[in-house]
Design a protein around this ligand. Structure first.
Ligand code: FES
Length: 82
């Protein structure tokens, strides 16, 4: 299924890019921008972002590594405590 019509990116392309990035680096944070970059493309209109993101979220390898999940809480604690 075509997800991004501007760049002819399919759901298969997105899953393949996520799988490749996760295999290359178990700790990487995977973003839509990194997927476009991995595919050698860049977004144009952005109209596909809701579908692009929902396609990404269906991939079980998208998960943020466990030790990086609490970084926001830590930053908020540091901000609150001065
Ligand atoms: S449809 Fe994806 S950038 Fe336009």
């Amino acid at each position: 299924m075509i997800v991004c019509h501007c760049q002819s990116i399919t759901d298969h392309d997105i899953h393949a890019a996520i799988d490749w990035m996760r295999a290359a680096d178990a700790e990487t944070l995977i973003t839509p921008g990194k997927i476009y970059h991995a595919l050698g493309k860049s977004p144009e209109c952005g109209g596909c972002m809701p579908l692009f993101l929902s396609t990404m979220r269906r991939n079980e390898k998208l998960e943020v590594p466990m030790h990086l999940r609490s970084l926001r809480k830590g930053a908020q604690r540091r901000t609150n405590t001065g």
